[in-house]
Design a protein around this ligand. Sequence first.
Ligand code: NAP
Length: 224
Amino acid sequence: MKIVIVGAGRGLGHVLAQMLAEKGHTVVAGLRRLDDTISERENLIYLQMDATDEGQIRDAVQWTKHHVGEIDAVVYVAGILLQSDRTETLLTESLDDIRKQIEVNALGLITVFRDFLPVIKKSGLFIGVTSEGGSFANEGSLFPAYGVSKTTANKIIQTLRVTVGESINVYAVHPGRMNTDMGRTTAQIEPEEAAIGFCNILEGTTHIEKDQWFIDYRGNAMPL
Ligand SMILES: NC(=O)c1ccc[n+]([C@@H]2O[C@H](COP(=O)([O-])OP(=O)(O)OC[C@H]3O[C@@H](n4cnc5c(N)ncnc54)[C@H](OP(=O)(O)O)[C@@H]3O)[C@@H](O)[C@H]2O)c1
């Protein structure tokens, strides 16, 4: 398969890009900042893709189109949880910090989705990594702006899914509470376990109930 990962610098995105490449898939891995120390291989190519930079995403689409051709899937992993959101509430956190989290965790999805859509093959896949924190079933006292941004992300995914109809499959996926820079304080699993789940979804070996679009990394429905 040919797969684009946006947000492959650290954590889940990094592990998933490496795992897919080791399995023989062709991976175009997007980094917020290109890093000279990152090692490419024949089937794992790193490109600069700051999800909040429309020009960079458009350039990455053009590069992918010319060098890789039609792709099977895009996985949007990019996400931020700012330090202020770990301690402040919506009463006290700066609007600038709240805005930044919505920008990356939610609006970047729209940019990446609409620019890559013409390059995704028919019946291909778009996965937005969202979070259980985006569910209304989650009361929202922990990481408030992050939660708002992930609820927005879920609504964006639902809306994009309806907008494109049957042409591609679109999912919002909760990756589990992972031991990464972001998730260390609440972790229950290693990012490798989540990445295996994402590989199974991408390779089509996970059964996903028809009409389910907000699922966890094992394919189970998540509460809205
Ligand atoms: N960890 C958890 O327990 C957990 C739980 C639920 C959902 N999630 C979601 O799962 C995804 C991966 O989380 P993680 O734990 O792997 O986080 P992480 O270790 O903090 O990694 C986040 C990645 O997103 C990239 N990123 C941030 N802003 C970006 C931008 N503007 N453009 C492109 N890439 C950008 C980061 O790039 P840099 O390295 O350049 O900063 C980094 O590679 C996120 O969407 C997160 O919200 C995580």
